[in-house]
Design a protein around this ligand. Structure first.
Ligand code: CP3
Length: 327
């Protein structure tokens, strides 16, 4: 039997993605496998981040933790968007309390030739092993989500070399050498399509494309350097009916219509508040979507590491209960 023909015990998340009827709103939380969970910290105490990402047993263990501990309606594979630049030939370190840092960056035309997307399945075999193992451990309890960075967001890291204050390097590239930017975005798009197709082949039930840095661009540049390539990726993913979620941070100027399901969008800092306030704010989010299908509850950005996991758990319980009235 193909893994994708499995019977899921809880398919609310997938049904909501397809705008099918559900008896409540499903919820999962971005960065749900992370430092706010004491059980994650325990695993992390013995292994650095990249070791966890590259060891399928550890990736599986922390992927399943939020399903067991806070009761979310979907699992998302523990990994990082930076595995793609790495597979293309750019090594990175995850520096403690500073974030990612690449050992070289793209600065000129010739750097294109240092990148290669051959043998992706082989280079990223640790991800696919983790997916297989996670599917087995989940045993159909909830769907599994796979993800990638958007071409634009990945290019931003490859040019900036890590986090940035003003993104001057990537902004200079698009103004001074747009042809090189487009050539790189084409290569990354091709790689991301293949990567997400492979994730689906290895059993994920949906994929999410993180466009964390699309919001840096003006509406016109956004269309030219980000949206165009997200569309390209989506057109080239080999899939049956696996939903694709586009995470667009700070792109309110380019969003409209209600043809697709909506995921989001509670302010992550609400989780610092006490339970009554969390409830009030969660209900506001449910209210703003209104009655009917096609809403997946989530935060607007990843859960912060110093949030108490009890508050995350309370949010999940609140959404499960309060959302019934909207269906
Ligand atoms: O959501 C999940 O639980 C799945 C795992 C996941 C991680 N990163 C694990 C992680 C996902 C989906 C990501 C995506 C990701 N990674 C994005 C896009 C989403 C977003 O946040 O906008 C980006 C931009 C990255 C790159 C990245 N990874 C940065 C900038 C950092 C450092 C900042 C930080 O939060 O520490 C990471 C590290 C990272 N990725 C951690 C986790 C759990 C923390 C690592 C640790 O344990 O120290």
């Amino acid at each position: 039997m193909s893994v994708n023909l499995e019977k899921l015990k809880n398919d609310l998340f997938l049904r909501a993605c397809k705008k099918e009827e559900t008896n409540r709103t499903p919820i999962w939380i971005m960065r749900q496998a992370g430092r706010y969970l004491p059980e994650y910290q325990k695993v992390r105490a013995n292994s650095d981040f990249k070791t966890m990402v590259k060891t399928p047993e550890l990736a599986t263990e922390v992927t399943i933790q939020p399903v067991d501990i806070i009761g979310v309606d979907a699992a998302i594979i523990f990994s990082d968007i930076l595995v793609i630049p790495e597979a293309l030939g750019m090594n990175y370190e995850m520096v403690e309390s500073r974030g990612p840092s690449f050992d070289w960056t793209i600065t000129e035309e010739n750097d294109f030739n240092r990148l290669s997307n051959s043998d992706l399945e082989d280079k990223l075999s640790y991800v696919f092993k983790a997916l297989k193992m996670t599917k087995k451990e989940l045993n159909g309890r909830v769907p599994l989500i796979g993800f990638s960075g958007s071409p634009w967001t990945l290019l931003t890291y490859m040019v900036e070399g890590g986090g940035s204050k003003n993104f001057s390097k990537i902004k200079s590239l698009i103004f001074n050498n747009p042809n090189l930017a487009h050539k790189l975005l084409d290569l990354i798009s091709e790689t991301v399509s293949e990567y997400l197709s492979l994730k689906i082949k290895y059993g994920v039930n949906a994929v999410q494309i993180f466009d964390t840095w699309g919001g840096l661009l003006s509406p016109d540049s956004y269309k030219e350097f980000s949206l165009k390539y997200i569309k390209k990726v989506i057109d080239n993913i080999e899939r049956k009916d696996e939903p694709i979620i586009s995470y667009a941070k700070g792109i309110h100027h380019s969003l409209n219509g209600n043809k697709v399901a909506l995921q989001g969008n509670m302010d992550p800092t609400v989780l610092y508040a006490k339970h009554e306030v969390i409830k009030r704010e969660a209900v506001k989010v449910l209210d703003s979507f209104g009655k009917g299908s096609g809403h997946i509850f989530n935060l607007g950005h990843g859960i912060l590491p110093d949030i108490s996991y009890e508050n995350a758990k309370a949010l999940v319980e609140i959404v499960k209960e309060e959302s019934k009235r909207y269906h």
